[in-house]
Ligand binder design. Structure first.
Ligand code: HEM
Length: 371
């Protein structure tokens, strides 16, 4: 049986219950085994160390060098591949833009996007790179070391991290940009609403040309604006993530549990049954986000779930990064990455949404629809 939790109290205990009640591993190990061929016996004993390692490596204080890598890779990508004008298919274009730069920041070496389709090829490529020491000193390499991952499981573990680092970021980037391009959200795009760093870059667009405008972003100031959850840029990114939250959080009942179902009733969940929270459903809930929960409003009040003590849950993005012990450890990196993409694109290009769906002929062929 698979239960979706839609009441606030069970959601709070979903994220904060001890492992003796609600547990992570049995809910996800079939997925990690099937998709990444990750041997559970080798991976899960090191899972907590892996999460702690990632958290340290991608902590807000560690982001400046990563932001430089992301920014330089994107600047090169944009300079090489952006059409001077014309239409692009935004999802595909952002996927190409995010993939290259994020892989470079986390793995230190490019992995060719064309390999994505083939897990076997990717695993083989990761294995070769591991043997040749390509990841030594990178986030990926240091993570394996910190978790003491055995070499036989290392490529599968990196494949899981690769997936985790990009699967949600691409749709997140799309919505963060797309919401701001909607005419009704024009006031949130206003130059005054973005941090000063972007205003300065934008002012230069006219006199210095597109590429140098991107180069003039002040990354430290940008990261400070992202770290300040009240800044306009951080709120625009968080609100887009809240509204189009990808994914689902899963756990399993570690023992038979009676979950409160309101009106003094309970639902009995048996040991091993899977519990899930949908961030998307939660974010449409007016009890949590106030009236007009489905509208784009970066100025809305932030969420507090339960007594506000569940780690990772709260603020404007709500449950989008999960919560509790198993919450997303790439959150700070992801938020910085998305803010950077929004800031660079809005300060570099005059963008507007096309008023019709893309057709193969409408997309700039010579650039593969890439930015
Ligand atoms: C907008 C972007 C992202 C979103 C919305 C997102 C969301 C999530 C969610 C919902 C979970 C499950 C949490 C739970 O069950 O409580 C998760 C787990 C995870 N995320 Fe993210 N994530 C994003 C970006 C990233 C990035 C950039 C990285 C790495 C650089 C990353 C690394 C991970 C890892 C390793 C886990 C697995 C945790 C585990 O095994 O327990 N994520 N993420």
């Amino acid at each position: 049986m698979f239960y979706f939790l839609i009441r606030t109290r069970p959601k709070a205990s979903f994220f904060s219950a001890p492992d003796a009640d609600i547990v992570f591993r049995p809910a996800v190990e079939r997925f990690t085994g099937r998709v990444f061929q990750l041997p559970a016996a080798k991976f899960f004993p090191r899972h907590v160390a892996l999460l702690a390692g990632l958290r340290g490596l991608l902590a807000p204080g560690e982001l400046v060098p990563h932001a430089h890598t992301l920014h330089n890779a994107r600047r090169a990508h944009l300079a090489e591949r952006s059409p001077a004008q014309g239409e692009v298919e935004l999802v595909g274009a952002l996927e190409a833009l995010l993939w290259e730069a994020a892989v470079l920041a986390l793995f230190g070496a490019p992995l060719q996007p064309r390999f994505r389709a083939a897990r076997r090829t990717l695993l083989a490529a990761l294995r070769v790179s591991l043997t040749e020491g390509d990841f030594d000193g990178t986030v990926a390499g240091r993570l394996l070391e910190a978790a003491g991952m055995p070499p036989s499981a290392a490529p599968n573990c990196l494949l899981a991290v690769l997936w985790a680092s990009l699967a949600n970021t691409v749709p997140g980037a799309f919505w963060a940009v797309a919401f701001l391009l909607l005419p009704e959200n024009a006031r949130h795009r206003a130059v005054e609403a973005l941090p000063g760093v972007v205003c300065r870059a934008r002012a230069r667009v006219h006199c210095m040309g597109l590429t140098s405008a991107g180069a003039s972003l002040d990354l430290e100031a940008l990261l400070a604006a992202v770290a300040d959850k009240r800044s306009a840029l951080a709120r625009c990114v968080a609100e887009a993530l809240r509204l189009r939250a990808p994914g689902v959080d899963v756990r399993a009942a570690a023992r038979d549990l009676a979950l409160p179902a309101g009106d003094c009733r309970h639902v009995i969940v048996h040991q091993g049954e899977v519990l899930a929270v949908s961030p998307y459903e939660s974010h449409m809930d007016e009890r949590l986000f106030g009236p007009n929960a489905a509208a784009y409003d970066p100025d809305r009040r932030a969420l507090r779930l339960g007594d506000g003590s569940v780690p990772g849950v709260g603020g404007l993005p709500g449950l989008v990064f999960g919560g509790g012990r198993y919450r997303c450890r790439g959150r700070a990196f992801a938020e910085a990455e998305l803010a950077l993409v929004v800031a660079v694109l809005l300060s570099t290009f005059e963008m507007r949404l096309a008023d019709r769906p893309p057709t193969p002929a409408g997309i700039n062929d010579s650039h593969d629809g890439c930015l």
